[in-house]
Design a protein around this ligand. Sequence first.
Ligand code: NAP
Length: 430
Amino acid sequence: MRHVAIVGSGPAGYYTAETLQKADDIAVDVIDRLPVPYGLIRTGVAPDHQSIKAVSRRYEGVALTDNVRFVGHVAVGTDVTIDELVALYDAVILATGAPNDRPLDIPGADLPGVIGSAAFVGWYNGHPDFAGLNPPLDAPGVAVIGNGNVALDVARILAKTPAEFAGSDIVAHARDALGASAVRHIHILGRRGPHQIAMTPKELGELGHLERASPRVDPADLPPEGDDALLEPGMRKSVTHLRSFVANPVAKPVTIDFDFFAMPIAIEGEGRVQRVIVERTTLDADLRSHGTGETYAIDAGLVISCIGYQTPPIPGVPYEHGRGRFASDDGRILPGLYAVGWARRGPSGTIGTNKPDGARIGEMVLEDIGRGAGKAGRAGLDTLLASRDIIPVTFRDWRRIEEAEVKAALDGNPREKFTSIEAMLEAIGR
Ligand code: NAP
C-alpha cells in the first residue's frame, strides 16, 4: 500500500486526489484545517456564481471513493508538522492555495477601512477567519484596487440589491450589511489600461445587467477600436464589454466607474480611510505603468485591495518570496514533498486550470513513489492525532454539517453556511 497526504481540500487538492485514487493500492488523506471541505469553492468563488460552485459535486464523488479520506479540522503546522507528515506518507502534496493578500505597499494602507480582498471575499462567503470583519459600508464611496476578476466580484457584490442575491449562498451577516449599505459610487482602479485588464468576458459582462448599478468607462481611456483586432479573442470580448458600457450609458443610483491609468499612491483619512490619492499613469513600450505626476482624490470610506494573493510560507519549506509561492521544480519541492495548484504556480487561472495541474502532479507523484516504501500512512496519522487528543472531522461529519446548512437555508437559497468553527462542530454534536 502507498500513502499520500494532500494538504488542502480545495480544487487543486481534490483534482490531485481524483487522479491518485484511480491507482491501485493507494490511500489518500485530504487534510484541511477547517471542518468543511472545498477551499475556494466554498469561501472564494462568489456566492452568486452557483454554477461554478457546482463543481464541488465532482469533488464529493472523489471524497466518497474508498481510498480517499477527508481529515478535517486538523491544522498542518500546529496539530501536525510537515516533517511528521513526510515521515508518515510516501508523498505529501501541498495544495494550500494562496489565501493571503499581496500587500498594498502605499502610505495609509494600514488605516481602518482598508481591507484586502481575501478578508472581504472571506467575509461575504462566511469564512470563519473573516466572519467578524464588519467592513465599513456607511460612506457612499468605495475604491476597489485592481483590474482582475476578484475586483469584479467585489464590485458586483457591493452593487447588488438583496433581491439579486436570491439563489446565492451569501451568508446572512453579509446579506444584511449589504442590504443596509450606503455605498453609491464604486471606483475600480486599474494602474494600466483597458487592453491590460485581467478580467474575463462573462464576469465583465455581468456588470451591464445589475438592477440598480451601472458601469461607466471614460471613452478617452479606450484605445482606437481597430487596435482590438490585435487582442486574443477572450480579451477582445472583454474590451467589447467596456466599449458597450460607453455606448449604452444607463443612469442608475449606483455607479461603478472604471478608473484606468489610475495608480493609488496614498490613502488618507482621520482615524479611518476617507480618500484615495491616485496618480495618473502612462504605459511604456513594455506596457509597464509609470506615474505622470498628475494626481486626483477619490472619496472612499472603504478601500478593498484586489491585487492578487500569495501562499503563506511554512518554516523549512523552500519558498519563492518574489512570487509568493513554494519553490519547486515543477511541483517537486523536496524528496517526498510536492506542491500543486496556486501553492505551486501562484494565483492564476480559473478553477478549471487546477484540473490538468492536479492530474499532472498526481501522475508525477505516482511515478515517484512506485509501490511505496511501507510507510505507516493514515494509521500512523491516526495514532499521532489520538496521542494529541485531536479528533478529525470526517467526510460523513461534513455531510451532517452540510445537511444542517441546507436545512437552515432561506428563500430558496441552497444553504445558510455556518460562519464559525464552533457552530460547524456543534452541528455534529461536538
Ligand atoms: P489578477 O487576475 O492577478 O489581477 C490582479 C490585478 O491587480 C491586476 O489588474 C494587477 O494589475 C493589479 N495590481 C497588482 N498589483 C498592483 C498594485 N500594487 N497596484 C495596483 N494594482 C495592482 O488577480 P485576482 O483578481 O486576485 O484573481 C486571481 C485569479 O483568480 C485570477 O486568475 C482570476 O482570473 C481568478 N478568478 C477567477 C474568477 C472567475 O473566473 N469568475 C473569479 C475570481 C478570481 P497589473 O496587470 O498592472 O499588474
